[in-house]
Structure formats: structure tokens, C-alpha cells
Design a protein around this ligand. Structure first.
Ligand SMILES: *Cc1c(COP(=O)(O)O)cnc(C)c1O
Length: 364
């Protein structure tokens, strides 16, 4: 059977191995498996969210509120933007997909960082667009600007803090960069981990209002999958000019967010205290990874997120290290596919991290 030619060279996105698969492959008990591979919040979500979702269960027969009024009101209030500046996706992944289909086709050019979130390229390939990468591992805005001048791209993706390296762009530098970009180029600022960066260092904090007030051609992306602890509910959002939101909305399938997910996300936004306590714990625990790396003389990239990236010594191969950890029930991310001999570890709970150090101190 023939398929769309554009799909030919796409590798299926490899998500962090689910616990279920490790149970089946290695016969390890689910309780002995620790997943530190997908940057989920190890403390889960606010108990208030669980109660609200439970209370919503009887409403499952009806289609969700497709205007998403409750969630949009909550987001508009939190970020001080209008409801018409918002689009909600089944994860911010879906918003990235809308962006790609709204702006790019097989003649389009997309500029992304050399090492960054894999989905930008996969969605670009869906539409047959050309993907151009920078050289530097960390976001270098001068280099992005050079590529912009040379290639006149349709979309630029910036990811701050960046996945999978954890570094973040300075907010001031970002604003200066955006001022130099013409209105025809759409700039996506993917802030999946912004809650962490903003907590750690105010100079890294980017607010959607600042972007929307100043730029017609910029979209801010956020998600409930990371700091809010709702990866399983699949809710993300884009914040941009009304014009861009209107175009993206043409691509949104009806009822793309379930009733339970809408409720969970709305209530999660109300419990800032819960999220902040998780973030504080995250950075406390991260110090242990820094100490571990220091002790082992392993390079660790300074992280503004809930994960750390260890750049391994040459004698250790990231694929083998990940495999050895997996066989003992600890799932982490191998970055060899990104051309790095490195592993990315989600900062877990105290106990989870202790288990990682126990195994890793033997392997590394
Ligand atoms: C996790 C992540 C997302 C999106 O996650 P969703 O679960 O689809 O909301 C987007 N960008 C980056 C960089 C991420 O790490």
C-alpha cells in the first residue's frame, strides 16, 4: 500500500519507556520500577485536582464544553491576557502541530536549535518543510539571527528552558531578538518548563503577556504535563495574538480536550502553592545530582528544569548505561539520538533519586 511520501523518512517519536513495558520485558515488579525519563512531576498533581476530577466523573456521557470556558477564564486571569489570545491543545504538542499546519507547507523553512525537542522536526516533516538547525548546543540568539537573515524562515522554534539540555535563554536577550524579527516569521517560544526557570532565576522568566503585548508574530507555549503534574491528562496551551489564534483554531478538532482534563487543568491552576512546593523540592533534590556529578567529575549542564543532563566520560557509552539502569528498573533517557554521549534524568523524589545514585555510582 502506498502512503503519503512525506511520512517516508520520519522516525516514530520515542517516548520515555512506559513502566508497563519494563514490567513485561524484564519481569520487574511495577513497584520496583522508577521512571525518570519523561520529566513528569514525581509528586503528581494537587490533591484538589484529584477531588475535582472525581467529582466530574458522573458527567462523562456528555461531550466536553468545547468553548473551554472555565479553563480559558483561569488561564486568561493567571496570565493577564484575553480569552481570544488562547488556544488549548491535547498537550502543547497538539498546538505545535496546529502551528505547523497553519504556517508551513513543503516550501517552508523551519529553524530550530541543534539539540532540542524532537517533535518540532517530526511535525515539520509531516508537512514536508525543510528543517534548518543551528550549530551550537545551547540556544545562541546571534546564530538564530544569522540563520533568520540568511534563510528567511517561516517558523523559528525557541525552547526555553530547552529540552533535553535544561539551559534557558535570558528574557531580556529574547525580547531584543524578537524585535529584530519581521512579522512574516512566526516565532514559537516553547516554555514547557518555564515554571521551573522562573522560580530559579527571575532573569529567565518569560511571561506570555509581555510577548503578546509587544509582538504580533510570537506564540508562547505552556503545558500542564510538567510542573502541574498532569502528563496523563494531555492539556497544553498557546498564547498569541488574536490573529494567530484564529488561524490555529481552524485546525483544532472539536472536543480535543476531555471533560476530565479540562476540569483537572482549571483546578490545578488554582493551587499555585502545591506547584511551588514541588518546584522547591525539585531544586533541593537537584543539588544531589550536582554533587554526584562533581564527585564523579562528570559534566552536568546547569538546569532550569526538572531534569538534569549528564555528559558522560568517553569510556562510558550512554546507550549502555541507560540499558544497565533499565535492567535494574530505573528508566532514564539516552541522548545518543541527539548526537550526545549523555543521559537525561528527571529529578525524582528523594527515594527515587537515592536509588538512581545507588546504581549509577557503580556504573559511572
Ligand atoms: C513535554 C514538552 C512539551 C509538551 O508536552 P505535552 O505533554 O504535549 O504538553 C512541549 N515542549 C517541550 C520542550 C516539552 O518538553
Amino acid at each position: 500500500m502506498k502512503f503519503n511520501k512525506k511520512l517516508k523518512n520520519i522516525n516514530t517519536y520515542e517516548a520515555g519507556k512506559p513502566i508497563e513495558l519494563v514490567v513485561r520485558e524484564f519481569g520487574i515488579e511495577p513497584k520496583d520500577i522508577i521512571k525518570l525519563a519523561s520529566n513528569e512531576n514525581p509528586y503528581g498533581c494537587s490533591p484538589k485536582v484529584q477531588d475535582a476530577v472525581a467529582a466530574t466523573l458522573p458527567n462523562m456521557a456528555l461531550y466536553p464544553d468545547d468553548s473551554m470556558m472555565k479553563l480559558k477564564d483561569a488561564l486568561a486571569k493567571k496570565y493577564e491576557v484575553g480569552k481570544n489570545n488562547l488556544i488549548i491543545g491535547s498537550g502543547s504538542d497538539q498546538v505545535i502541530e496546529f502551528i505547523m499546519h497553519a504556517k508551513a507547507d513543503e516550501n517552508a523553512k523551519i529553524v530550530i536549535n541543534s539539540v532540542t525537542f524532537a517533535m518540532y522536526e517530526i511535525y515539520a516533516r509531516h508537512v514536508g518543510a525543510e528543517v534548518i538547525r543551528t550549530q551550537s548546543q545551547e540556544h545562541n540568539l546571534d546564530e538564530f539571527y544569522e540563520l533568520y537573515k540568511r534563510e528567511n524562515p517561516d517558523i523559528i522554534f525557541l525552547c526555553t528552558p530547552n529540552n533535553p539540555t535544561g539551559d534557558a535563554i535570558d528574557a531580556q536577550a529574547l525580547l531584543e531578538f524578537l524585535h529584530k524579527i519581521d512579522n512574516d516569521t512566526l516565532v514559537v517560544v516553547d516554555c514547557a518548563y518555564m515554571e521551573y526557570a522562573a522560580y530559579k532565576e527571575s532573569a529567565k522568566k518569560i511571561t506570555p503577556k509581555e510577548l503578546v503585548d509587544r509582538f504580533e508574530n510570537v506564540i508562547y507555549l505552556g503545558t500542564f504535563s510538567k510542573a502541574y503534574g498532569l502528563g496523563g491528562m494531555r492539556v497544553g496551551y498557546g498564547i498569541s495574538s488574536e490573529n494567530i489564534i484564529q488561524e490555529l483554531s481552524k485546525l483544532r478538532p472539536p472536543f480535543n480536550i476531555t471533560t476530565l482534563s479540562l476540569e483537572a487543568a482549571s483546578v490545578a491552576l488554582e493551587d499555585e502553592a502545591f506547584v511551588n512546593s514541588c518546584i522547591a523540592l525539585n531544586f533541593d533534590e537537584m543539588k544531589r545530582y550536582e554533587a554526584f556529578a562533581n564527585e564523579k567529575q562528570i559534566d552536568i549542564i546547569e538546569s532550569y528544569t526538572n531534569f538534569v543532563t549528564l555528559c558522560l566520560h568517553e569510556m562510558h557509552k550512554s546507550t549502555q548505561i541507560c540499558d544497565a539502569l533499565l535492567r535494574q528498573g530505573v528508566i532514564v533517557r539516552d541522548l545518543s539520538g541527539y548526537g550526545m554521549n549523555a543521559i537525561r534524568i528527571t529529578v525524582g523524589t528523594k527515594e527515587q533519586n537515592s536509588r538512581f545514585f545507588e546504581l549509577a555510582s557503580v556504573l559511572l
